[in-house]
Design a protein around this ligand. Structure first.
Ligand code: DLL
Length: 460
């Protein structure tokens, strides 16, 4: 039934072209109009019904949720509609770490067909388990995403998100396959080869982080490749924060429509929300996830339009359902109808975080991970600051750490060895290359309140 309605919906609107001239008629393709254009009252009812089921499934099969709900005095029968969501306990990233690897699974392991993991690589990662149905749902979310960016079966989709535990590569791959496009599974890195394949195959869509899209665009420009050799039309860029200015820069460099795409491992992966060609916020796949905005301090729900912390509840996930996950990402929600015809609520760009997580080259990094390396290294004091910047469109991380008095008076060769050792440890714990600068004792300013560990010079 769903199959025959798919892709039947397309809406034409007038929109501005790149020079701002109002002369272009644009088609808005919708992968699943039945769900993406659903009446919002009907959606609320559907969400409520699905919530009841997911809460019961979770309570019956996941000890952590049963204990948390019992502690709050909430039973599955108390959840009668969407309004009762606020009665449920929250989930934090630390819960996923503590329950690693299988503690939050709500089905027998034999039902799990895939494991994916977070982009950050702490000692103890977080993983999510998918049943076949969960994979199908995630794949459809990505099919919606690529369709919303104008994609279809005639497209050649170059996927330069990393393949592996990170959800970016496989998520985009699955979605592109679902819409019948030709998938080019490049994974990340090797820019010259990416550009060669892009030209030879005539890739029409690009999936990667916005910083990598910028780098690719700048490299293509600097190589003097004529624009007609690049056939790209659109890209789905996410996994890290970016700005309208960056969008404009990418669109001008690559002559494409650059759409934002958001997601997180804990909930499904990329495609939890996605921009259409109206480029006015990301539509949330609300039939599969429930989005709330809360005040991070009082933990109370906030109305649409008010900035706050984004919280997600999975509404159809079987393998590892998650109740009220605190993303710590800050944004606003709106349910105003979009020019594309979708009724699904939209979230704004992510404007910040309520915790100290930073995303560097698409990798989630917590200062505490770096601190754990420094504390375990003799010769340096636990006084440090992380300086994040964006140089030639690529994020850089400098770790400034104080030497101890004894080490400060040691030989240069020892100090160089120490730098290499710290940088190697950071690479293995956090997963990214950092420049380590060893500074004299007591040279990093002390704070009287909360220590300022991160200086982010990127214009995000
Ligand atoms: O980054 C999934 C993804 C892959 C999204 C490819 C989009 C494209 P995680 O590694 O679990 O999953 O990191 C999730 O990354 O909580 C945000 O802080 C950040 N993030 C993801 N997308 C965006 C975006 C993937 N479009 C964390 N804008 C999230 C800003 C984003 N931040």
């Amino acid at each position: 039934m769903l199959g025959c309605t798919k892709l039947m919906c397309s809406l034409f609107i007038f929109s501005k072209n790149r020079k701002g001239v109002l002369n272009m008629q644009r088609e808005h393709k919708i992968y699943n109009p039945e769900m993406e254009c659903i009446d919002r009252e009907e959606l609320r009812k559907l969400q409520g019904d699905r919530l009841k089921k997911v809460v019961k499934h979770t309570y019956d099969h996941v000890a952590l949720y049963r204990e948390r709900m019992d502690k709050k005095g909430v039973k599955p029968e108390d959840i009668r509609s969407l309004d009762d969501l606020k009665l449920l306990p929250f989930t934090e990233k630390t819960d996923l770490r503590d329950q690693f690897p299988f503690g939050l699974f709500a089905v027998p392991k034999s039902e799990i067909v895939r494991i994916q993991g977070s982009s950050g690589t702490t000692g103890k990662p977080i993983v999510s388990g998918y049943t076949q149905n969960d994979l199908d749902v995630w794949t459809e979310m990505m099919a919606r995403t690529l369709t919303a960016a104008g994609g279809g079966k005639d497209d050649i989709v170059q996927v330069c998100y990393g393949y592996g535990l990170f959800t970016g590569g496989l998520g985009a791959h699955q979605g592109a396959g679902k819409i019948g496009a030709m998938v080019v599974p490049m994974s990340s890195g090797n820019t010259q080869r990416q550009i060669m394949m892009m030209q030879e195959l005539g890739s029409t869509m690009l999936c990667c982080t916005p910083s990598y899209a910028t780098y690719l665009g700048e490299t293509i420009r600097d190589m003097g490749i004529p624009p007609e050799k690049i056939k790209l039309r659109a890209g789905c860029f996410g996994a890290e924060p970016w700005t309208e200015e960056m969008r404009q820069h990418i669109e001008e460099l690559l002559h494409i429509d650059a759409c934002d795409i958001y997601g997180l491992t804990e909930i499904a992966g990329p495609g939890v929300s996605y921009e259409c060609l109206a480029k006015n916020g990301m539509h949330i796949s609300e039939d599969h996830v429930i989005a709330e905005i809360i005040d991070p301090v009082t933990e109370k729900q906030l109305p649409y339009g008010t900035p706050g912390e984004l919280v997600f509840t999975t509404n159809t996930k079987e393998g590892m359902p998650i109740i009220r996950y605190r993303t710590h990402d800050i944004c606003t929600l709106t349910d105003e109808k979009c020019a594309c015809g979708r009724t699904l609520a939209r979230m704004s760009r992510i404007t910040g975080r309520t915790d100290d997580m930073i995303v560097i080259r698409g990798v989630n990094v917590f200062p505490s991970q770096i601190e754990s390396v420094l504390v375990g290294t003799s010769g340096v004091a636990p006084h440090y600051v992380l300086v994040v910047d964006r140089v030639n469109s690529s994020d850089t991380l400098e770790v400034k750490v104080e030497l101890t008095e004894e080490m400060f008076s040691d030989t240069v060769s020892h100090i160089e060895e120490l730098k290499d050792a710290i940088s190697g440890q950071i690479k293995s714990v956090v997963g990214i290359q950092a420049k380590v600068s060893l500074v004299p004792p007591k040279s990093i300013p002390r704070s009287e309140g909360k220590a300022k560990r991160v200086i982010d010079n990127r214009k995000l």
